[in-house]
Write a protein that binds this ligand. Sequence first.
Ligand code: CDP
Length: 238
Amino acid sequence: MKQKKVLYAGKAKTVYRTDTKGKLIVEFRDDITAFDGGKKDVLKNKWSYNAEVSSFFFSYLEENGVRTHFVKMLDERHMVVHELRMIPLEVIVRNLAAGSIVRNYPFKEGTKLEPPVIVIDYKDDSRHDPMLNDDLIVALKIATPRELAKIKKVALEINRLLFKLLAAQGITLVDFKIEFGRKGKTICLGDEISMDSMRLWDKKTGESLDKDVYRFNKGDVMATYNRVAARITKTRKK
Ligand code: CDP
């Protein structure tokens, strides 16, 4: 498979067209950003941890019946994916209160959310990703009520699967953000799932094992990503 023109360059990944119809190549980069792009850095080898963890999670989810865009890794840095028509939603699933819901609502950090809380934001940097509700999503014609119900159901199933896998490694899945797209009429999980898009706490120590280390200067970000990637992928290495 040959890599062709850049289709899209995001904040931490570049997506390329290929010589194969319906297939794209995602390249993981060393860029890291936070606070709406207000904090930016380049961290050497970050690509490798995010690529490893993302492909690991996608394979695990596929094996457990979740439809994703993942096809295979071309090499350690490049992921072949099915081309999706992306849905501009950031679907966030929360098991414990942290981050923006603690800032915006009267939750104490670490409060268990049972059942998990789904928050859906409009993916639009120029508007700072405002929170949506079901009526707005339908009125904006972003998704039909049926698609929205499917998205929520799949998001909860992904949460169940990831929570279980991470718990086995002594990691609490606090929250995470995922994005979906359409392949024909099928809703598929797209984008990435990595330490950049999840909040992970060490079950014993409560230590952050994710991008919060970068956001809040809590320590050596790449040392943390390295350790957590090894812990996550060890859960199922044969
Ligand atoms: O990180 P912050 O407190 O600003 O936002 P949040 O709404 O608490 O984020 C919830 C989860 O979604 C965290 O794991 C974030 O890392 C993730 N997220 C993301 O990956 N991309 C965004 N644009 C927003 C949130």
